[in-house]
Write a protein that binds this ligand. Structure first.
Ligand code: UT7
Length: 315
C-alpha cells in the first residue's frame, strides 16, 4: 500500500500563548519552554466536519483521485461531530463519495491504526483506494480552566489517500492500558436504569506519566522497527512523530543520535492535535517537496490507551 496524496486543514482562529495568559495563570515563557508550543488553531466559526471535508478534498486533489474511485473512508477522531452518524458518513456528500465510512478512535495513535486498517482492506481486495481523514477538536473537551492541559491542544484535520502499490513496509502497535493517566469521559445519558452513572468530565491527564511513557516507548518502538528491517538510524530520512511536546521529540532524537533536520515538527504552530498531528505534518512536508520518491520515513504516535503505533514507509 502506498500514500497517493495528502491534505490538511486548520481552523482560522490562532490562539497564542499570550491569549491564554489573559485568562489562565500561565505565561508564554512557561508554555514555550516546557512544550515548544507558541500558538495553536482552535475551532470558532468552523465545524469539525468542515475541517474534515477540506482536508479530505485537498488529499483527493493532491492524489489526483476522483471521488468515485474511493472505496472506503476511514475517519480517526476522539470525538466526532455527532455520536451517530459517523463523521466518515457526514463528509461524504461534500466530497462526492458514495462508499462505506467508518470512524475509528485510536486516540493520538489513530492515524497509524487507520493506515493498518486500510492496508488490510486493500490486501483483502475489499478496496483499491481508501481516504483516511484524521479530524480532531480537542478544544471541545479540554478543560479551559486547567492550565496543565488546555494549553497543550489544538484543532486540525489531516488526510491522505492510500492505494495499491509499494510503500508501507511495516506497522507495529503496543498497548499498556492506563486510563488513570489520560482520560476524557462521554456524557452519562439519562437512562432511568443506570446505577450511579459517572458524571461527564473534561480531559484529565497526568502529564509527567504520559511524558515518561512517550519518551521511553517511542525510542524503543523506533529501535525495534529499525532492527527488524536491518536499518541504522541514519538510514531513515524523516522521523515523523506525534507532535505532543518538543521536549519529547528532542529526547527521542538525541537518544537515536540523529540530526534535527531528520525530526520535522510543526508543534510550535499547531499544538497537540491528537491523531491529526502526523497527517498534517506529512501534508506540510509533501507540499514543501520533502517527500521525494524513495524517501524513507518512520511514523510514531503515542497517547490515550495508553498505546503506541509505529510505521515504516517509503514514498
Ligand atoms: O498526546 C499525548 C498526550 N499528552 C502528552 O504527551 C503530554 C506529555 N506530558 C507533557 O508534555 C508534560 O508533562 C507537560 C507539558 C504536560 C507538563 O510539563 P512538566 O514539565 O511535566 O510540568 P509539571 O506537570 O511537572 O508541572 C511543573 C509546574 C507545576 O507547578 P509546581 O507544582 O511545581 O508549583 C505546575 O502546576 O508547572 C505548573 N504548571 C504550569 N505553570 C504555568 C502546569 N501547567 C502550567 C502552565 N503554566 N500552563
Amino acid at each position: 500500500m502506498k500514500i497517493l496524496g495528502t491534505g490538511s486543514a486548520l481552523p482560522k482562529k490562532v490562539v497564542t500563548n499570550d491569549d491564554l495568559a489573559a485568562f489562565l495563570d500561565t505565561s508564554d515563557e512557561w508554555i514555550s519552554t516546557r512544550t515548544g508550543i507558541r500558538e495553536r488553531r482552535v475551532l470558532s466559526e468552523e465545524t469539525l466536519q468542515s475541517l474534515a471535508e477540506a482536508a479530505g478534498k485537498a488529499a483527493l486533489e493532491n492524489a489526483r483521485v476522483a471521488p468515485e474511485e474511493i472505496d472506503f473512508v476511514l475517519v480517526t477522531t476522539v470525538q466526532a461531530e455527532t455520536l451517530s452518524p459517523a463523521l466518515a458518513c457526514d463528509i461524504q456528500t461534500a466530497l462526492g463519495l458514495k462508499c462505506m465510512g467508518l470512524d475509528l478512535n485510536g486516540g493520538c495513535t489513530g492515524f497509524i491504526a487507520a493506515l493498518s486498517v486500510a492496508e488490510g482492506l486493500i490486501a483483502a481486495g475489499r478496496a483499491r483506494k481508501v481516504l483516511i481523514v484524521s479530524a480532531e477538536a480537542l478544544s471541545r473537551f479540554a478543560d479551559w480552566t486547567d492550565r496543565s492541559t488546555c494549553v497543550l491542544f489544538g484543532d486540525a484535520a489531516g488526510a491522505c489517500v492510500v492505494g495499491e502499490g509499494e510503500g508501507l513496509k511495516d506497522i507495529r502497535f503496543m498497548s499498556e492500558p492506563r486510563r488513570d493517566v489520560l482520560c476524557a469521559s462521554t456524557p452519562p445519558g439519562n437512562s432511568p436504569f443506570a446505577v450511579d452513572p459517572a458524571p461527564a468530565e473534561y480531559l484529565k491527564m497526568q502529564g509527567q506519566e504520559v511524558y515518561k511513557f512517550a519518551v521511553s516507548h517511542s525510542f524503543k518502538d523506533i529501535q525495534a522497527m529499525l532492527a527488524a528491517h536491518d536499518l541504522q538510524p541514519e538510514d531513515v530520512d524523516f522521523y515523523v512523530l506525534h507532535q505532543a511536546n518538543m521536549r519529547i521529540l528532542e529526547a527521542v532524537r538525541t537518544r537515536l543520535k540523529v540530526a534535527p533536520e531528520h525530526f520535522p515538527h510543526n508543534i510550535e504552530r499547531t499544538g497537540n492535535t491528537s491523531s491529526a498531528t502526523i497527517p498534517v505534518l506529512l501534508d506540510e512536508m509533501n507540499r514543501a517537496g520533502q517527500l521525494k520518491p524513495g524517501c524513507r520515513a518512520i511514523l510514531n504516535a503515542f497517547g490515550a490507551g495508553l498505546c503506541t503505533g509505529t510505521a515504516l514507509i517509503e514514498f
